[in-house]
Design a protein around this ligand. Structure first.
Ligand code: ADP
Ligand code: MG
Length: 339
């Protein structure tokens, strides 16, 4: 997946030999998922599916069928803000090799948009086949890390690991309590500087951040980052980062990307068991102040995982956005990956 992976497993000292096996099993899971779902491997199942576009059905494995189904769910939930058929646009803008990235001509964007959209993918879950229209391609970069983490947690649970923290490229899920029966503390990065701006106390579940600072290029004083609105074909601008807390990592990963595109704490506010943090530049009038001046808004979901999940280190003004939605009217935004 071209990213970092770390797992911390806590076991009583008498079980340290088991911990070695825990870690091996965890790495095994991630390796296998990478073999299936990487765009960067010629021999991955995803590459085969993409190559088969326009040529009828492709047989797919249960995990790939699973993640594609979850992807369809998040596309529907976000009205198309999250869409794994975004691949041709990511390619057109050059985000697979950022060194060569450039703003493409408007006409190219328009043409490419015709190959993007979930209606270009059909899935047959029971026959375990997928069919892609000619020109369409899938990129699981916004959800595969979360999915892999959830599979790792499932394996660690099966092995009766009492507590663990799994971090794959900045998406994190925890199991059990941190040592001392405390919540896990997860640092939140400053979107422009190499330091932390605050922390989240995670009692359980997962956290994921989508930001504009990891993969981007600049042209004419504008920053273009790797998350693209699949409806307009344009990289999303104006938001620095969107963090989502959710019961599982697949949901946190997909929803952080979806919310980033949808500029959407509104989307998160409607979700049962989900909290969000938005980091954006603080604008004064139409004059953008120094990028150092950040505006934080958190959604305040009554139950999960804590009431005010985010503590800022230096900007005490965190704006809570309280949900006015009736509890019973919440949407179910959590893809059930754990059963
Ligand atoms: P990261 O990979 O940095 O953790 P994300 O989870 O938000 O960040 O995933 C971003 C990646 O997903 C992009 O690099 C691209 O490959 C793909 N992508 C870009 N825009 C979208 C989108 N609107 N929906 C789904 N995937 C996207
Ligand atoms: Mg994501």
């Amino acid at each position: 997946m071209g990213t970092t992976f770390d797992v911390t497993v806590y076991r009583p000292s008498t079980e340290s030999a088991l911990a070695d096996v825990d870690l091996e099993s965890a790495f095994d899971v991630v390796r296998k998922i990478d073999q299936l779902m990487s765009l960067y491997r010629d021999d991955s199942e995803l590459t085969a599916l993409n190559k088969g576009a326009g040529g009828g059905e492709t047989k797919i494995s249960a995990p790939l069928a699973d993640i594609l189904q979850a992807s369809v769910f998040y596309t529907r939930l976000s009205d198309g803000a999250f869409d794994v058929t975004v691949q041709p646009l990511v390619d057109l803008w050059g985000f697979y090799r950022v060194a060569n990235a450039a703003v493409p001509p408007e006409g190219e964007i328009k043409k490419t948009l015709e190959t993007v959209g979930m209606d270009h993918l059909s899935l047959d879950k029971s026959a375990r086949t997928a069919t892609l229209d000619a020109g369409a391609k899938i990129d699981l970069g916004a959800i595969a890390k979360g999915y892999a983490i959830d599979r790792v947690i499932a394996v660690l649970r099966e092995r009766s690991v009492p507590a663990a923290l799994v971090n794959l490229g900045g998406t994190v899920r925890v199991l059990g309590k941190a040592p001392g029966h405390r919540p896990w503390i997860i640092g939140i990065r400053h979107p422009r500087e190499n330091r932390l701006i605050g922390e989240v106390r995670l009692e359980r579940g997962a956290i994921s951040t989508s930001g504009d600072y990891d993969r981007y290029f600049e042209a004419d004083g504008q920053r273009y980052s790797h998350i693209i609105d699949p409806r307009s074909g344009q990289p999303v601008q104006g938001v620095y980062a969107m963090t989502v807390l959710a019961p599982n990592a697949t949901t946190a990963d997909a929803l952080s990307t979806a919310a980033f595109v949808a500029d959407g704490l509104d989307l998160l506010l409607e979700c049962r068991n989900v909290s969000g943090l938005k980091i954006e530049p603080q604008n004064s009038g139409d004059q953008e102040t120094s990028p150092d001046t950040l505006l934080f808004t958190v959604t305040s979901e009554p139950d999960f995982p804590v009431k005010a999940p985010f503590t800022s280190y230096e900007h005490p003004s965190v704006h809570p956005l309280i949900s006015t939605i009736d509890h019973s009217a919440y949407r179910d935004c959590v893809w059930q990956i754990d059963n």
